[in-house]
Design a protein around this ligand. Structure first.
Ligand code: AR6
Length: 169
């Protein structure tokens, strides 16, 4: 059984086995939670991202997939980078968003992580509507077959927290 917990705050302040990053396919950093993770985690994370790019993801990490690096100076063992879909009103990309959560948990299982902290993937720069994103996140984690014992959704603001709380209740 995986326990779901909700926290409002900055994910870079969390302590967990793995912290998930809402990255972009370049793996080279960006704004939002990605920028915050690289800032607080320090250069070791970017170093490993560069090596992963060179070795495996020359064309970028595809949307919906996940890959782990060191967590640098964060209070975690790993950062799991995943690439959420950019929201589209024309095309249903919910499967790709669900895949981010599923693949991140699969990578967490490979690593042996038992506690995993997720941000609300795609709900910032990528504009995914919060209510839909929260439903997909919670449903996907609930139906995942994983050895992860605790999934913690770390929501940056009250609006995001309430959207997730409505799905967890
Ligand atoms: N802790 C927790 N959540 C945060 C934090 C934080 N420190 N900072 C922002 N959020 P976003 P995306 C929330 O834009 O939509 C980047 O440039 C934020 O309020 O970080 O998946 C990447 O490089 C929102 O609810 O990620 C990509 O190019 C959620 O995290 C692109 O943005 C996700 O917002 C990815 O866009």
């Amino acid at each position: 059984m995986t326990t779901i917990r909700l926290v409002q705050g900055d994910i870079t302040r969390e302590s967990a086995d793995a912290i998930v990053n809402a990255a972009n396919s370049s793996l080279l950093g960006g704004g939002g939670v990605d920028g915050a993770i690289h800032r607080r985690g320090g250069p070791a994370i970017l170093d490993e991202c560069r090596k992963l790019r060179a070795a495996r993801y020359g064309k970028g990490l595809p949307t919906g997939q996940a890959v782990a690096t060191t967590a640098g100076e964060l209070d975690a063992r790993w950062v799991i980078h995943t690439v959420g879909p950019v929201f589209s009103a024309q095309e249903d990309r919910s499967g790709l968003l669900a895949s981010c959560y599923r693949e991140s948990l699969r990578v967490a299982d490979e690593l042996g992580a038992r506690t995993v902290a997720f941000p609300a993937i795609s709900t910032g720069v990528y504009r995914y509507p919060l209510d839909d994103a929260a439903r997909i996140a919670v449903e996907t984690v609930r139906s995942a077959e994983t050895d992860v014992e605790e999934v913690r959704f770390v929501l940056f603001d009250e609006r995001a927290y309430e959207a997730f709380a409505a799905r967890v209740r």
